[in-house]
Structures are given as C-alpha cells and as structure tokens.
Design a protein around this ligand. Structure first.
Ligand SMILES: *Cc1c(COP(=O)(O)O)cnc(C)c1O
Length: 413
C-alpha cells in the first residue's frame, strides 16, 4: 500500500489512453468504479442534448424524422456498435432494452429450430434473462417450449440434440467470469443448437469477433460500457445468414418493410430492421449515438489491455494489504478469464459499499454479500485505483463502515 500512489503515477505516465479521461464529465475527487453498471457522461453530451431537443425537436418538429434522419438512427447507431463487436455492416440494430430484445430473439431462435422445444440457460445467468425465458415459455405449451437451467460447470455436458436454443451471458454479472464465445458457440452448433449471447458486460469492454465466431444472435446494453446514459436503448446482433428465415414475435410497425404504407398485412423488413418494434426513443438514442464517438480512434484491444492492468493493479493492492485479507476474491485470478470487473465477498459488503460511496469511491453491492468493482479503461487512471484501494483499506481497518447509517438498505444497490 505504501508505494501505491507512486507506482500509480508511473503507470499513468505510460498509459496511452490517459488523455481520454478528459472527454468525460466526472465529479471532482470521485473514483467511479461502476461504469459497468451505468457509464458516466461524456462532455459532448450536453451540446448533443441541446441540439436534439432545441433544434431537431423544437424547431424541426416532425420534419426531423427525415431532415435529421431520425428514422435511420437505429441502424446508424447499430453500425457504430457493430465495429466494437467484430460484425460486418447490416447486422446490428439499436432498439428497446436487453430484456425485450431477448424475448424477440427467443421467438426467432425457437422458430429456426421447429422440431425442438428446449431453451437452455445457466442458473448463474442475469435474472432478467431467466425471467424473460420463463415468461416466454409460459405462453406456450410444454410441447412447444421448456426451460432448462444448468450449473455453469455442467454447461458443455448439458448440450445435446434436444436443445433448440442456448441462452448465455458472456461475462457473469457477479464474478466477472468470462465465457469463451467461439468455443461454446461451436460446441452448441455441433448439436444444431441456436445460440443467443447476452453481451451486457462485454460490449465496449472486451474485444469481440461475432462474425468470425459464427455467432447466431446477440444482445447488449447501451448504458453500461457504451456510456449511452440511464435507460439508453440496447442492441441486437443477428447474423446475416438468418435474416431471410426470421419470424420475430414483436411485429411492430417499425419492423415492417414499409411502415408508411400502413398495409394491414405484416411484411417484415428484409434487413436487420425487422428486429425493430415500435418508435425508437430518439433523444436517448441520439445521446448513445454521440457517446459512441469516443470509441472512434481507440482499439478494443487497447481498452481491454488497460482494463486488465487496472483490475490487476487493484487486485494486487488488496491481496498484499493485511487488513483486506478478510475480503475474498470470487473473480477468476487470471485477468484473461474475467471481464473488466472484480467481485469480493465480505459479510458487511453492503455497509462497506455505502461507506465507500460516502468517501466518493463509487462501487456497487450485489446481494447477498458481494462488493463489485468495475474497471472502465476510458476514464479511470491508476491513481484513481490506488486512491480507491487506500480508501477501502482505511474503512476496513477502522471498521468505520459499522456506523448504522451505512446499513440502511436503499431501493437500488
Ligand atoms: C444489465 C444487464 C441487463 C439489462 O437488461 P435491460 O433489459 O436492458 O435493463 C441484461 N442482462 C445482463 C447480463 C445485464 O448485465
């Protein structure tokens, strides 16, 4: 701990991504270790919001659907995201939330495998993924759809030719454990299974090669590592080879091939726009569109390399600090086997998290006993990491987190 700040300064001097931090508007003296849950605001967003609200909406009114290309925004944003996913053009669209998009893709995937009825996922998956799959199943008969959950360790052994759809999240939201998309997709496709990947904690965080890995479908989040703002719309990736065979259950007019023909018969768009449903949230999508420009001149490999260095630096400071020995790391110790986050188990995790926030070190708590830290490469410095570790060290040493106010549960943790 003693040399933490000195070592951090040296690492900051050598960091090629260090200048990117200035593009973000972060409160003074705050270390934000929660960009994996809600990305912070880029300074460019304020002017973008003024523009979309005052000029585009205020002055342009409805003409902005054409004049400012609002109608193309889902695919404009989709193409920017595609570059981060290793996806050729025409396969990514920005729309709705991850939850809603999973419902759409479950419908598509099940129809692509009409002789089968099992949807397989993991017990450790993010709850919304399981809720959506369960809700989807509840509208169908047992013959049409069944939901099967397996333990992460049993995943490969659970694959067989009865399974229609495999639904997985690449980065475990608790431990950060990283799935090998290429390997699992190939293993599932060997049995004729269609795979849907949830990239909520992957997009903008780890390099992806969805085309090269022959991925069928994927979804991901706009408000986490893509910094699109609270409730930013999500995205869908659908491999081009499937576009001609899709039956998308949420057949809204924006997915129609000619919405303004107002034809009573649904005729889907032949391209990726068939995954749209209703009218896109233009203000929110415009913010995400602007936020994505930060990735323009930066490679995902550089982002990943820095994030691994940041999490490794933090992990090492915690591991070598005596007082922090009571925190048990549940994330893989090999940084290549985890996303850009670390999770520690501690019986007082909630109170420690609240006490950290009171000291302007923002992390999050995941029930029942996990303290989770996200390492976003774009706006965190090694000095930030050293300061966070020193604050944590002080709180744990003095047990200041035992003050009753830190144990009061809030609605959002
Ligand atoms: C954050 C997250 C979501 C969020 O879904 P929304 O419907 O967009 O709120 C879904 N899945 C995973 C794995 C997540 O981490």
């Amino acid at each position: 701990m003693i040399n933490a700040l000195k070592n951090a300064l040296e690492l900051d001097h050598k960091d090629p991504l260090a200048p990117v931090k200035d593009k973000f508007e972060l409160p003074q003296n705050t270390v934000y270790l929660d960009g994996n849950s809600l990305g912070p605001m880029l300074t460019s967003i304020k002017a973008a919001v003024t523009d979309v609200v005052q000029q585009q909406w205020g002055s342009g009114l409805i003409t902005s659907w054409n004049r400012h290309h609002w109608i193309d925004l889902p695919t404009t944003v989709g193409e920017k995201i595609a570059k981060l996913l290793g996806a050729a053009p025409g396969q990514v669209v920005c729309t709705d939330s991850v939850s809603v998009n999973l419902f759409k893709l479950l419908g598509c995937a099940l129809k692509l495998n009409p002789k089968r009825n099992v949807v397989l996922t993991e017990t450790s998956n993010f709850p919304t993924d399981v809720y959506i799959a369960d809700g989807f199943r509840s509208f169908l008969s047992q013959q049409e759809c069944q939901l099967q959950l397996c333990d992460s360790a049993q995943l490969l052994g659970s694959l067989n030719a009865d399974i229609a759809v495999l639904l997985l999240t690449q980065v475990d939201f608790r431990s950060g454990k990283l799935h090998d998309i290429a390997k699992i997709t190939a293993a599932a496709q060997h049995f004729g299974i269609i795979v849907i990947w949830d990239l909520a904690h992957s997009a903008g965080a780890v390099p992806l090669r969805l085309d090269a890995w022959n991925v069928d479908f994927a979804v991901g989040c706009g408000y986490k590592y893509l910094n699109g703002g609270p409730g930013a719309p999500a995205f869908i990736y659908a491999a081009k080879r499937h576009h001609g065979n899709i039956v998308q259950p949420l057949q809204g007019w924006m997915g129609h091939k000619a919405p303004f023909d107002f034809d009573l018969d649904y005729s889907p768009s032949p391209d990726v726009r068939q995954f749209l449903c209703g009218t896109p949230p233009i203000v929110s999508m415009h913010i995400l569109n602007t936020a994505l420009d930060v990735f323009q001149d930066i490679s995902m490999e550089d982002i990943r390399a820095k994030a691994m260095a940041l999490s490794g630096f933090f992990e090492n400071l915690i591991a070598t600090s005596e007082t922090l020995g009571e925190m048990q790391l549940i994330s893989p110790t090999d940084p290549t086997q985890r996303g850009n986050q670390l999770a520690y188990r501690h019986p007082n995790a909630y109170a420690i998290c609240q006490a950290l926030i009171a000291e302007n070190v923002i992390a999050d708590f995941r029930s029942p006993d996990l303290l989770r830290f996200g390492f976003s490469a774009l706006f965190l410095s090694f000095t930030d990491i050293a300061n966070a570790a020193l604050t944590l060290h002080k709180l744990v040493k003095t047990k200041a987190y035992l003050e009753p106010r830190f144990s009061q549960r809030q609605r959002v943790t």
